[in-house]
Design a protein around this ligand. Structure first.
Ligand code: TIH
Ligand code: FE2
Length: 330
């Protein structure tokens, strides 16, 4: 009878996708998607530049071989790469004064004071991680391509950042287009994300969002990733009556940062249920930005939104073992 079928169905767990239970299992969360490959995509500023392409591949190979527990190898950057870094650094330093949110500026100041980030040289991930481990326990893990949203979000659950479902790429943007890169690069990771992960409240909220992504359905992941995109990457807030950036994708792109805070694009109030369904642009400046009260408020709303996702179990994170345990109510 129909009732019997219904009973059978509700008793069965919906299929739960695999997810990592221990931080070491992030080794299995490196599924990449191809997008903006400079070898084949003319939209990439490095398209056709053989030297650039070879360098990018070399650094990506290093990242692909990385496994949990490995010592991070230092990268020898070229003078030309340090030059690109300095160019972007100087432009951003100037713009951040008026266009970056206060949480970002506070944490960036700390990174500069401690000499972890400097204008002169591209820092090594190893020293960035030593700083972050002290502050929030977050670590950056190199990866070699654009990650799937599921893998990216899963690593946040363990306070591991693998780039912006992108890559904690170690290569740099093409020197001809320092104002904006269609794909995340080291400058984006370091000057966009790191100051945010150095903040204890933001670190906690990012981890919570990661935890809520574990075992979520494809549709839930898609929505979570979309809101994450509009807030953590491209979000704005209003401070002292001004639009300011909270998103890492804006904080690392001096061209788009100015565009986002100008009256050229559309600005809408951030409401997770609506934002989650919005399509986004990813090879050029966004035509639409969402404006939140502040980064903490925005992440709080995102956490609340993801908290309503239905899952047939709950999870407990143990920071001592860096693992999650499933709890099922019978
Ligand atoms: N557009 C950013 C930059 O130029 O720094 C990089 C990206 C972040 C997210 C997607 S692309
Ligand atoms: Fe990012």
């Amino acid at each position: 009878s129909i009732t019997a079928v219904r009973m059978y169905k509700t008793r069965q767990d919906p299929e739960v996708p695999w997810f990592p239970r221990h931080v070491s299992e992030i080794d299995k969360c490196s599924h990449c998607i191809t997008k903006y490959e400079p070898t084949i995509d003319p939209r990439h500023p490095g398209f056709g530049d053989e030297v650039y392409i070879a360098r990018r591949e070399e650094l990506n190979r290093l990242a692909a071989n990385f496994r949990y527990g490995d010592q991070l190898a230092d990268v020898q950057y070229t003078e030309a790469e340090h030059d690109t870094w300095r160019q972007v650094f100087d432009k951003l330093e100037h713009l951040h004064v008026t266009l970056a949110c206060s949480t970002y500026r506070r944490n960036l100041a700390m990174l500069l004071e401690e000499g972890v980030l400097t204008r002169e040289r591209i820092p090594q991930l190893r020293s960035i991680n030593a700083f972050l481990e002290r502050r929030t326990g977050f670590i950056l893990r190199p990866c070699s391509g654009l990650l799937s949203a599921r893998d990216f979000l899963a690593s946040l659950a363990f306070r591991v950042f693998q780039g912006s479902y992108e890559n904690t790429t170690q290569y740099l943007r093409h020197h001809t287009k320092p104002h904006h890169s269609p794909e995340p690069d080291l400058i984006h990771e370091l000057l966009g994300h790191v100051p945010m992960f150095a903040d204890p409240a933001l670190a906690q909220m990012s981890q919570d969002i990661g935890l809520m992504s574990l075992g979520a359905s494809d549709e839930q992941i898609e929505r979570l990733a979309t809101v994450y995109w509009f807030i953590v990457e491209f979000g704005l807030c209003r401070e002292e009556g001004q639009l300011r950036a909270i998103g890492a994708g804006l904080l690392s792109a001096f061209g788009e940062l100015q565009h986002a805070c100008s009256d050229v694009p559309e600005h809408r109030e951030f409401i997770p249920t609506e934002t989650a369904l919005q399509k986004y642009e990813d090879d050029d400046y966004q035509p639409l930005y969402y404006v939140a009260d502040g980064i903490e408020e925005a992440l709080g709303k995102l956490r609340e939104y993801a908290g309503k996702f239905e899952r047939p179990f709950s999870l407990i994170y143990d920071p001592y073992t860096r693992s999650v345990t499933e709890v099922r109510s019978v």
